[in-house]
Ligand binder design. Structure first.
Ligand code: SF4
Length: 443
């Protein structure tokens, strides 16, 4: 038996290359490879890097689907199903929209696939594939088999998972919906094993909130300190209240932490159910504590809540410039399916597209709903302008010199490569047609 894994791409502009920073290794596929019995042959087509061979000899196609890649996933599935090859789909989008995904494939996996993977393979082998499998999250302690990535030109950073989920309930967040506001810690022995086996010195700890369980995080940082790795991860500003935790993070190799500030506006934070960001009060002081600990910040902001206007975007930009963040993202809000945000906008009749992820003509960077105080086009343009301003040479210079000493010399070098390239990428990413032009070179 042979299984073909496919990681679909978002889309690209005709004749252009796929966005470079969107080429990280797909960890989930390595997890599933590790659970696949040795006597089953496997192959991977990463749509972001290579053309898919639709004529490949295979018995089963498994596609990992995210909302942004749903349209592309469904068209890939159709090509294989024309040949009579069964297609299984899993991933966040499938869990959030199983009925929709089920229309385009033979079987869906809901939740984390690891606990049902072997059963699904056995059923596929026996010709008794079920329409639906439901995985559970609690038991997922396996180590990924990254041999399936061999020869593929991913970014030179290894991905490692230390836990899944998050304890918060932000209105727009599909992670919170997927994991029902739960955080699941992964065994520290396995994290250490994965870090030891990582071929890159630079690691991205992929958890959505690394510090969701502070006690666990502190112990984990202590365990990984001797490994001499440098890592980036995602946390929340509240972690800065604990100076010991910050020190342990830095000692363990933390260079950059992504923090979702989202908004500086109290009403917006209340509406997105992220008031815990505002309740911190001493926001500036906490940012300084993180910087003083020698950790750079990747700050993210989201715009489109009901109190957003030109002023709130300007305020966020000024805040980001004042603190000389290592980097920052100024994103517009996007209603992911089955989140409370999506349901609210739908009930208020404010969605521009019922299903933006499948809509003809929907492009990356476009709004999919009507904001209250600005037009959709204007908000999209203001987000783009904020990105441009933050990556303008003068701002980059000031941020670069502020980063000197905050991060390791190599991360400082990386700062220039990353931030100077970011300016070009902003325009490349605008208006990428979702699900289009992917069966053509260059990749
Ligand atoms: S803190 Fe982050 S990961 Fe957690 S629910 Fe909010 S947006 Fe999602």
């Amino acid at each position: 038996m042979k299984v073909t894994f496919i990681l679909p791409a978002i889309g690209k502009k005709p004749g252009k290359k796929y966005i470079g920073t969107w080429k990280m290794e797909p960890l989930t596929i390595a997890q599933l490879k590790a659970l696949t019995p040795q006597n089953i042959e496997t192959e991977l087509f990463d749509d972001r890097l290579e053309l898919i061979d639709y004529d490949t000899r295979t018995d089963l196609v498994c596609i990992t689907v995210e909302t942004y890649t749903a349209k592309r996933s469904y068209s890939i599935a159709a090509r294989f199903r024309e040949r009579g090859i069964p297609v299984v789909m899993g991933g966040y989008h499938v869990t959030l929209c199983p009925e929709e995904a089920g229309l385009y494939c033979d079987s869906v996996i809901i939740g984390n696939a690891e606990t049902v993977w072997k059963q699904m393979l056995s059923d596929a082998k026996n010709g008794t594939l079920k329409r639906r499998y439901t995985g559970v999250t609690a038991e997922y302690d396996i180590s990924p088999d990254k041999s399936i990535f061999r020869g593929k030109p991913y970014l030179p950073v290894s991905l490692v998972e230390t836990g899944r989920g998050c304890i918060h309930r932000c209105e727009f967040c599909s992670i919170s919906k997927f994991y029902c506001s739960h955080y699941y810690c992964r065994s520290h022995d396995l994290v250490v094993k994965d870090l030891r086996r990582s071929k890159n010195r630079y690691i991205f700890l992929v958890d959505d909130n690394l510090v969701a369980n502070r006690k666990n995080a502190a112990e984990l940082f202590r365990r990984i300190t001797p490994l001499d790795k440098k890592w980036a991860g995602q946390g929340t500003l509240s972690m800065a209240k604990d100076r010991k935790l910050l020190k342990a993070m830095k000692d363990s190799g933390c260079e950059i932490i992504l923090i979702g500030f989202e908004s500086l506006n109290k009403e917006n934070l209340r509406q997105m159910n992220k008031s815990f960001n505002y309740a911190l009060g001493e926001r500036d002081e906490l940012v300084e504590r993180i910087h003083d600990a020698g950790i750079g910040i990747y700050a993210t902001f989201v715009f489109g809540y009901d109190n957003d206007d030109e002023r709130t975007i300007e305020d966020a930009l000024e805040f980001a410039k004042k603190h000389n963040f290592y980097t920052a993202a100024f994103n517009h809000l996007l209603p992911f399916p089955n989140t409370p945000l999506y349901d609210r906008l739908k009930a208020d009749n404010r969605l521009i597209y019922d299903k933006w992820w499948l809509a003809d003509g929907y492009n990356y960077g476009e709004l999919a709903f009507h904001p209250k105080k600005l037009s959709a086009e204007k908000l999209s343009r203001l987000c783009r302008d904020a990105r441009k301003e933050f990556s303008a040479p003068k701002t980059v210079l000031s941020r670069g010199f502020a980063s000197l000493g905050r991060t390791s010399p190599l991360m400082w070098g990386l700062f220039w490569g990353m931030n100077l390239r970011l300016g070009d990428e902003i325009d490349q990413k605008m208006n990428v047609p979702i699900g289009e032009n992917l069966d053509e070179l260059p990749k």
